[in-house]
Ligand binder design. Structure first.
Ligand code: SF4
Length: 244
């Protein structure tokens, strides 16, 4: 079993992703992701579910990182790619396309031709949790992977968009570990919140951090979060990252 706290550091994101997909450190999430993959939703009964940890998606030299919450049971846990195959992903990729960060507005399956421009998407918890709610212990157990992803992206990373308060809370300590100064008291999450983090060491670039409501149906169906609001945050972040 891979323990994210004890594993040797991977030298590249590709190596990290290879290790990540074999991780079984959270018993409740392993049981859930595999059960969902066996039982399936009726609409997808002829498909083979991924049923494993879902790695980050996008270029390994990204300047912009989008941080969500966790894979959806019948979305990324089925397709194996972040935010793919569910309504949240439909919403996110349409907004990314509008902001010039994705090659197409839809994400249906691996092999659908989707390409991200200078942007990577990840989550603080890499396995689908029951009711989309990981526990604090599960979040902390998965933190080693996020720390490593941030460390490997760090040379090119200039901006981060965090989708929702869970990701914001999970990410701030990781940013400190990755070499940026998080002010005290910690900046609060909110839609449109933005803060620039100074580097802790000379020669490292500052990091622009943006908050955006999560693209869950709870927010998008109720109109709390619109496509325009999401695209506006992504456009600001893309500019801060030097992508536009
Ligand atoms: S949530 Fe993270 S730490 Fe837990 S089993 Fe999945 S990949 Fe491993």
């Amino acid at each position: 079993m891979i323990d994210p706290w004890r594993r040797p550091g991977a030298s590249t994101l590709a190596v990290m992703d290879e290790l990540l997909v074999d991780c079984r450190a959270c018993p409740r999430l392993v049981e859930w992701r595999e059960r969902v993959a066996r039982e399936k939703r009726a609409a997808f009964r002829d498909e083979e579910y991924w049923g494993r940890p879902v790695p980050g998606f996008g270029p390994t030299d990204a300047a912009l990182l989008i941080v969500g919450l966790a894979p959806a049971a019948h979305g990324a846990n089925r397709t194996g790619r972040m935010f793919t195959g569910d309504r949240s992903g439909d919403f996110l990729y349409a907004a990314m396309y509008e902001a010039g960060l994705a090659s197409q507005p839809t994400a249906t399956h691996i092999g659908d031709g989707l390409e991200l421009f200078g942007t990577r998407i990840t989550s603080p918890v890499h396995c689908a949790p029951p009711a989309n709610k990981p526990t604090v212990t599960e979040r902390d157990t998965c933190r080693g992977w996020l720390e490593q992803e941030l460390a490997l992206l760090s040379p090119t990373l200039r901006a981060v968009v965090v989708l929702g308060g869970f990701g914001w809370q999970a990410l701030l300590p990781v940013l400190t570990a990755a070499g940026w100064v998080v002010p005290s008291p910690r900046p609060k999450f909110g839609h449109g919140a933005s803060v620039t983090l100074a580097p802790a060491t000379e020669g490292k670039a500052p990091l622009h951090l943006f908050g955006c409501y999560h693209v869950s149906q709870q927010n998008t169906f109720t109109g709390r979060l619109t496509q325009e609001m999401t695209a506006a945050v992504l456009t600001s972040a893309a500019q801060a990252a030097g992508l536009s």
